[in-house]
Each structure stands twice: as C-alpha cells, then as structure tokens.
Design a protein around this ligand. Structure first.
Ligand SMILES: Nc1ncnc2c1ncn2[C@@H]1O[C@H](COP(=O)(O)OP(=O)(O)OP(=O)(O)O)[C@@H](O)[C@H]1O
Ligand SMILES: [Mg+2]
Length: 247
C-alpha cells in the first residue's frame, strides 16, 4: 500500500500468557476510514490503544505518519497524541468538569494559547459536532448522543490528522447512531481525517467505512473494500457479517 498514515507490522501482544494479538499487519491509507470488526475480546481496543502508545507491542512495529512509535517514551508520544485523537469506548468525559473544561483540556495541556483563542476553538469544534451553547453544562445534563458528540469534539480539538473511534455508536438509538456516523463521514470529507472505527454494529460499519479489516484469533483474517467484504465467501467473515456471530 502506498504511504499508509497508520501501519501495524506483525504486531504481537499478550497479557499474562494470554495471546491477544498474534501478528497483526494492517495499513490504514491516508484520508480513508477503515472499520475494524471482530468479536468481543478479539483485541480491537488493544489494537487501537497501540496506535497512541497506551500499549507497547511485545514485538512488531506501529508506524504513525511514517514514524515507528513502538519504543517511544511518554514524552516522545506527545507529538503522536497530537496527531491522532481517540474517542474511547467508555467513560469518555470527565464527569466533574463542564463541557467547556472537557473540550478545552487538551488545548490548555498542549498549546500556549490565550483563553480567548481556546474559547473560540471550543465553540468551533462543538460546531463541527452540531452543538451550541452547551459549554457550561455538566456531562450529567446531556443525553447519551450529546455526550458522544462532546467526546468527539474533545478528540478533534487539537486538529488531529487521524481519529480512532472505539465503538462510537454502542448504546445509542439508531437515529442518534446515524447522526454520529454522518459526523464521522463529514470529518473525513471536510478535514481529510484518516479514521479507524471499531464497531460491533455491522450496519454502521457499512455506512461509515471505505474498507473493512476483520480481526479474528489475533490476526487480520480479511482486509478489503466494502464490496469485497460483502461478496467475500470466507465463511467466518460471512457468518459475522450476516449474524454478528462466527460462521
Ligand atoms: N490492560 C490489560 N491487562 C490485561 N488484559 C487485558 C488488558 N487489556 C485488554 N486485555 C485483554 O485483552 C483481550 C482483548 O481485549 P479488548 O478490550 O481489546 O477486546 P475488544 O475486541 O475491544 O472487545 P469488545 O468488543 O468487548 O470491546 C481481552 O481478553 C482482555 O481481557
Ligand atoms: Mg473494545
């Protein structure tokens, strides 16, 4: 693949003798949205977390924008974490902070901007996720869909080149889920952002992705376009796409 923005090369990772990733190789093309599918516990979140150095591989490499980050220390990882935002699977917002404090947090940490500029940026990114005048609300004042959007605003505050979405639509009703999927698409279209979307939701996967990667038994057993996935006769992938179960 020509010049992927994110690349995993023969990634291995175990926890307490349990092998989770057993040689994952996958490239994420610049500007593309790749959906990672796989059963619960197959290692999807673990894979995403390697991308910003929240796990380091036992062996293999993770390249972000051409740079091998697999041996980076916390200080070296700061630049990577500015380039790659992550929408976490659970507990996305700080409950004791207002929306403004949540979204501005990384801006105060990573920039030396004046508070006016920070305020402007917070309003701007809340605009991207179609929220207005929510800055002073607490997370508990928001609906589940709004909370996801605030978390997304927070993930894009530093203008990342890539975003990792871990189950962005889980727990949302289908209409709200669809709004989130459209937002993911529009961030890709408007800002050219490279995305990895981890999901259980096959419908969302087809709405949002350009390509699918299927993680099974610690390796990428299938990678291809949406059409290739739809017409694949690989029985395990087929079973997963049809029933959300295995083969
Ligand atoms: N920090 C950790 N310490 C020990 N084991 C871990 C750790 N993180 C993940 N694991 C284990 O790695 C395996 C894969 O976990 P992971 O969270 O990546 O699954 P997943 O594919 O994201 O599942 P789900 O769809 O349910 O979110 C699980 O067996 C999990 O218990
Ligand atoms: Mg997970």
């Amino acid at each position: 693949m020509a010049d992927p923005f994110i690349q995993y090369v023969d990634l291995h990772k175990s926890f307490n003798d349990k092998q989770v990733l057993c040689g994952v190789s996958l490239g994420i093309p610049r500007g593309a949205t790749v959906v990672v599918l796989g059963g619960s516990g197959s290692g999807k979140s673990v894979l995403l977390r390697h991308t910003i150095g929240l796990h380091s591989p036992d062996s293999g490499r993770v390249l972000v924008d051409g740079v091998d980050i697999s041996e980076f220390n916390e200080k070296q990882l700061l630049a990577t974490r500015k380039k790659v935002g992550m929408l976490f699977q659970a507990g996305a917002l700080f409950d004791s902070m207002t929306v403004f404090e949540n979204v501005s947090y990384a801006l105060f940490e990573h920039t030396d901007w004046e508070s006016d500029r920070v305020r402007q940026r917070v309003t701007e990114v809340l605009g991207y996720v179609e929220l207005e005048q929510v800055e002073e609300l607490m997370p508990s004042d928001l609906s589940g869909g709004m909370r996801k959007r605030v978390a997304l605003a927070r993930a894009i505050a530093l203008a990342p080149q890539a975003i990792l979405y871990d189950e962005p639509t889980t727990g949302l009703d289908p209409i709200t889920a669809n709004t989130i999927n459209k937002l993911i698409r529009s961030l890709q279209d408007r800002l050219g952002i490279t995305s990895i979307v981890v999901t259980h939701d096959i419908q969302s996967a087809f709405n949002v992705g350009d390509r699918i990667a299927f993680l099974y038994k610690g390796v990428i057993m299938f990678e291809g376009s949406m059409d290739e996935a739809r017409t694949s006769d690989e029985p395990i992938l087929k079973g997963f796409l049809e029933g959300g179960g295995y083969g």
